[in-house]
Design a protein around this ligand. Structure first.
Ligand code: TXA
Ligand code: MG
Length: 336
């Protein structure tokens, strides 16, 4: 990425424009966090309800005390160890942080992303960049610039291409707005619960119901067009057979965890399964999950059967996203 591209992007942001940029987790759709009209455009382009708060991205952890108030020691501990990185801290907001970003909450989500292009953009911009994932509300998050262009195309001013995202699933959101004694994981993600607990020296519960803040939200997030069915590895063959029996017309795609298989291995047209993707259940599955869901949609699969990884380390976040992709849908109330 050349410096002129970054300078151009920073000027667009300052003028109220929308710039999609890479992070290590997923691509973000950025606007200057201090410009209400620019942030309003983010909600309009995403078609996301305005009471759903955005994460503000910062260039470094020193900016924490400018954007948050009453920052507890635990926040400094986590920021010091994990930023830049896939961690978002929810803290009490500083006075100047507008309700247009926080969804009218008195708290704010803050994160320093670990991607050279994101950091260069943040430094050139000099302020906070409010950015949700750069996909339409309810669909799968983008992990390449091509995904962003397909989803949002002409509705935004620029897409900075920083290659495929390394982590592939969103940041872990830790709510510390009630202070050191009550940390809660609102959304599992790229920073593991195990690591966060080790750093804080205490158990950190994962909030039931996930990160969803606004009323009426449903559990179906991050969803492809195909119907998603989750199963465990031991039941995969039985689940596939059952799907083919009840719905012989289905075009079936399978995402199966297979230890040591990197990069992902594709096979086609075997045993009634149209497309089968096998990949290592740890880092590779997180990195490629959203891309695999999109590709199975492109292959016109009508049903996707996916095996859940064990709920430890990155597996907790992967299982969370797979369950949401498989969640009930009724058209409204889906985030992502
Ligand atoms: O990895 C990520 O976090 C990516 C990249 C672009 O940084 N961003 C992302 O943003 O996933 P988004 O908007 O798709 O999801 C952010 C989540 C939302 O579910 C929102 O409810 C939650 O963060 N959030 C933001 N501010 C919050 C707050 N003050 N309190 C509670 N939840 C908050
Ligand atoms: Mg999102």
């Amino acid at each position: 990425m050349h410096a002129p591209d970054i300078d151009h992007a920073a000027r667009l942001l300052a003028a109220g424009g929308l710039v999609a940029f890479p992070t290590e987790t997923v691509y973000g759709l950025g606007a200057d966090a201090s410009l209400p009209t620019a942030v309003a455009r983010v909600f309009a382009v995403k078609r996301r309800p305005v009471d759903h708060p955005l994460i503000i991205h910062l260039a470094d952890a020193d900016a924490l005390s400018r954007w948050a108030a009453d920052v507890p020691a635990a926040a400094h501990t986590l920021a010091g160890a994990l930023w830049p990185g896939p961690l978002t801290l929810v803290l009490r907001k500083a006075e100047h942080v507008g309700m247009h970003v926080t969804g009218a909450l008195s708290t704010v989500g803050l994160r320093v992303p670990a991607h050279p292009v994101a950091l260069a953009l943040l430094r050139a911009h000099g302020g906070g960049i409010a950015a949700p994932s750069a996909n339409r509300f309810g669909s799968v998050s983008p992990t390449t610039a091509a995904h962003v262009r397909r989803d949002l195309g002409d509705d935004i001013d620029l897409v900075l291409d920083g290659g495929p995202c390394e982590v592939g699933i969103e940041s872990t959101i830790v709510d510390l707005s009630r202070g050191d004694d009550d940390p809660v994981i609102l959304r599992p993600g790229g920073a593991s619960r195990e690591r966060i607990e080790a750093l804080l020296g205490r158990a950190v519960p994962v909030r039931e119901g996930g990160e969803v803040r606004s009323p009426g939200q449903l559990p179906s997030h991050y969803a492809p067009a195909a119907r998603v069915i989750v199963t465990n590895p031991a039941r995969l063959a039985a689940t596939v057979a059952e799907q083919l029996r009840v719905n012989p017309e289905a075009k079936l795609g399978v995402i199966a965890a297979a230890e040591g298989v990197t990069p992902p291995r594709w096979t086609r047209g075997e045993h009634g399964v149209a497309v089968r993707i096998e990949l290592d259940p740890h880092v590779e599955l997180a990195r490629h999950l959203y891309g695999c869901l999109r590709q199975l949609d492109d292959e016109h699969c009508t049903v996707i059967v996916a095996t859940l990884p064990p709920p430890a380390e990155l597996g907790l976040a992967i299982a969370d996203r797979m369950r949401r992709a498989a969640g009930p849908r009724d058209g409204d109330g889906r985030d992502a």
